[in-house]
Design a binder for this molecule. Structure first.
Ligand SMILES: NC(=O)c1ccc[n+]([C@@H]2O[C@H](COP(=O)([O-])OP(=O)(O)OC[C@H]3O[C@@H](n4cnc5c(N)ncnc54)[C@H](OP(=O)(O)O)[C@@H]3O)[C@@H](O)[C@H]2O)c1
Length: 333
């Protein structure tokens, strides 16, 4: 049996496209000692992948030309040379834009099927959900009655961050692109308000929806949205610096904001990386799985069929054409 992989052909300029990648076929390797082969079912598509396509200095090494593109999958063990890892087991944590992954079994997490849909272990119950939980727990520390603003509010991270703030008793305002996403943020996720950053006068809309200013801002996008929210931050506000997706396709980074206001307002702003606290993944799954099961934690997904369509899926995430967590269906469930 052969496997397919998507490898990097060239480094994209601006938005990535199909032409930046090649789809190649090869033999599925036999697993070495302690290894298993996973048949990937779903591949997670995430904004961080744009950074792996660039040689710009980052917290992680870039994918090299000719290498398999980076990404997390959920799939089924189809060959095992690792004690205690059986054929047919469902595991999350295999990596690569490929139909089959040969890897050390100890890098994988077993999932008991039959609970939530498998794709959710890459989204609401996986890395993006854990990111939201980490940011709100470590930096947001929301108190009842505070105003919390979430950018990319309908997305994989933002949708969870806002629902956690609601559970903490905050008034939650989302920022999202377009009327459909804003409607979902309010009616599907239960936020108190949502600002459409594509059509609104952001300053006026934030003044309207955040009359008492902003106590916590969960930053996912940067750019014009960031500038508008920063201007509304209250004294002792907390800012979770999670990502700035509006810049990921940019060849040159725009000049930074003037952060002088942070002094007078004693703003606490902290970057977070979900990988810093691996123990949070299991902690979050344990907390959130019952909420997903009873429907009290809402989520939305965009599922694209076919590994060869992964480059388009990544381009969609970077320009807002996804609606919720983006995953690619690599093989049958
Ligand atoms: N620090 C960490 O450990 C960590 C881990 C995971 C994710 N992240 C970051 O979290 C953020 C959200 O990730 P996600 O996976 O949840 O993605 P997502 O929100 O599901 O998708 C990205 C969204 O960004 C919005 N966007 C794109 N370009 C924009 C622009 N120019 N201005 C405003 N909004 C824009 C779009 O939503 P709209 O259509 O609503 O504008 C798009 O749907 C990203 O910055 C990502 O890098 C960080």
């Amino acid at each position: 049996m052969s496997s397919q992989s998507v490898v990097l052909r060239r480094r994209p300029t601006g938005a990535p496209s199909r032409d930046d990648f090649d789809v190649v076929s090869g033999e599925i390797p036999a697993p070495g000692p302690g290894e298993v082969v996973v048949r990937n079912i779903f591949l997670s598509i995430d904004p961080y992948m744009r950074g792996r396509l660039s040689e710009r200095k980052s917290y992680a090494n870039p994918v090299q030309i000719g290498e398999v593109m980076e990404g997390e999958t959920i799939g089924e063990i189809v060959a095992s040379n690792a004690h205690g890892y059986d054929l047919g087991e469902i595991v999350v944590g295999a990596r690569g834009w490929q139909t089959h992954t040969c890897c050390k079994a100890t890098t994988l997490t077993r999932i008991t099927p039959g609970g939530a849909p498998l794709s959710t272990y890459l989204g609401v119950l996986g890395m993006p959900g854990t990111t939201a939980y980490t940011g709100m727990t470590d930096v947001g520390r929301t108190k009842p009655g505070e105003t919390v603003v979430i950018s990319a509010a309908s997305g994989a991270v933002g949708s969870v961050a806002g629902q956690l703030a609601k559970r903490a008793g905050a008034r939650v305002v989302g920022i999202a692109g377009g009327p459909d996403k804003c409607l979902f943020v309010q009616e599907g996720l239960g936020f108190d308000a949502c600002v459409d950053h594509r059509s609104s006068d952001l300053d006026a809309a934030l003044a309207d929806t955040c009359p008492d200013g902003v106590d916590v801002y969960f930053e996912n996008v940067g750019g014009a949205v960031q500038a508008a929210v920063f201007a509304k931050l209250n004294v002792f506000a907390r800012v979770i610096m999670c990502g700035m997706v509006s810049q990921y396709n940019a060849a040159e980074l725009p000049p930074g904001p003037n952060l002088g206001f942070m002094v007078a307002k004693r703003v606490h702003m902290q970057g977070i990386l979900v990988s810093d606290k691996p123990e949070r993944f299991a902690e979050w799954r344990g907390l959130a799985a019952p909420w997903v099961a009873d429907g009290s934690l809402a989520y939305r997904e965009t599922i694209i069929d076919g590994l060869e369509n992964a480059p388009e899926a990544l381009a969609m995430v970077l320009n807002g054409d996804n609606f919720g967590k983006m995953v690619v269906r690599v093989g049958p469930d």
